[in-house]
Ligand binder design. Structure first.
Ligand SMILES: *Cc1c(COP(=O)(O)O)cnc(C)c1O
Length: 368
């Protein structure tokens, strides 16, 4: 890759393929793979990622909201797309674009059936979400009889899958809780299948579930963060490769004397001579204000440089006092060595938050 000449997010498609193949190698041949590409493909580019994965053996895609699914269809994605958290106001659009809703309570189930019937649908694929302990979205076990009675005499929709979501699949201290969720899901879904009289797919695992709970892979798994290169554990992160590298450059170097300040509100005050570099990346690009004032750092010619003062909207200043560098040099914000997870940890955040925050202003470049 040529050196960066502006702020860019490089996406390594070979790393994506590696991650996909690694996760896939954990599965039985008959377990399907759903790729989660919500939130712009975890901050990369959902359409490019989905197009690439569509040519590998991905079976399904998922997004959070209807407009994300519409964007995928407009980009030519033909595989099934599950919408994890559709809003009822968008149900007509969802049907128009052949997206498949996750239905998680009586209100959305009934509204979807009403709209699908009005649109003269037959066996429209729906996915029933069960709550097994995350207590975020999902029917409770004692709603199942209602769901069954509701679906009995209706041709407009058909249950394509029954699924749930683990609350702590990455935290092995919560193993007992997770095993409980798995058992509860198996039990409730079995009851549902018996009552329905046909066999929807069952799925439960996200990335950490794939890695930690092989007994819960069932008919399909749903992976997001693993595809993008993070395994939520030191051991697994070695087998995965972050696909995104965020780079920028040095716009200007300043020599700061003792007693001078740097940046807005004079948040940084120098108590000795110091060399700073100003970089064209700020909180509007996804580097939040919490990374300022000595918390976060970047690397310049292989050496760590702390962010000093407040993060501005379009810029940050870093301390390069002992680093050999010049204006125009490349700066790495995160890459495969100093990862987004490492940077996120400096502010007690997680890889998910940092990578999905990289704003649409930052140019995306694809390699391999
Ligand atoms: C986001 C999401 C996933 C993906 O989780 P990862 O930890 O990124 O693999 C899976 N299932 C549901 C319901 C989600 O919301």
């Amino acid at each position: 890759m040529p050196k960066a000449q502006e702020t860019v997010l490089e996406i390594d498609l070979k790393a994506l393929k590696n991650n996909f193949e690694y996760l896939k190698s954990k599965l039985n041949d008959n377990t399907k793979f759903l790729a989660v590409v919500k939130a712009f493909g975890y901050g990369s580019d959902a359409c490019k990622i989905a197009k690439f994965l569509q040519n590998l053996s991905v079976d399904y895609f998922a997004v959070a909201y209807v407009n994300e699914g519409v964007a995928l269809r407009n980009a030519g994605i033909a595989k099934p797309i599950l919408v994890l958290h559709p809003q009822t106001v968008n149900f007509k659009t969802l049907i128009e674009y052949c997206l498949e809703p996750s239905l998680y309570n009586v209100k959305v189930l009934n509204e979807f059936i009403t709209i699908a019937s009005a649109e003269k649908q037959n066996n429209y694929p729906i996915h029933i979400k069960l709550n097994t302990g995350l207590n975020r979205l999902g029917f409770w076990e004692n709603d199942v009889d209602y769901i069954i009675s509701k679906l009995k005499n209706i041709d407009a929709v058909k249950v394509k899958s029954v699924f749930s979501h683990l609350a702590a699949s990455e935290d092995l201290n919560e193993k007992a809780f997770t095993l409980n969720q798995i058992n509860s899901f198996k039990k409730t879904s079995k009851y549902m299948i018996n009552a329905l009289g046909y066999l929807p797919m069952l799925h439960l695992c996200n990335t950490s579930g794939i890695l930690n709970y092989p007994e819960a892979h069932l008919d399909m798994v749903r992976s997001g963060i693993g595809l993008y290169g993070f395994g939520n554990s030191e051991k697994e992160t070695k087998n995965l490769k972050p696909i995104a590298t965020l780079k920028t450059i040095i716009s200007q170097i300043h020599l700061i004397e003792k007693g001078e300040s740097v940046g807005y509100n004079r948040a940084f005050k120098s108590n000795g001579f110091l060399k700073t570099a100003t970089l064209p990346i700020g909180h509007a690009d996804g580097i939040g204000r919490q990374y300022g004032n000595g918390k976060g750092f970047v690397t310049v010619n292989g050496q760590k440089a702390k962010i000093i003062g407040n993060v501005c909207m379009d810029m940050i200043m870093i301390n390069i006092t002992n680093i050999e560098c010049k204006e125009g040099d490349e700066v790495v914000v995160f890459d495969v060595n100093y990862t987004a997870e490492d940077l996120a940890e400096t502010v007690n955040s997680i890889s998910y938050e940092l990578i999905t925050s990289i704003s649409q202003r930052v140019k995306r470049i694809f390699k391999n």
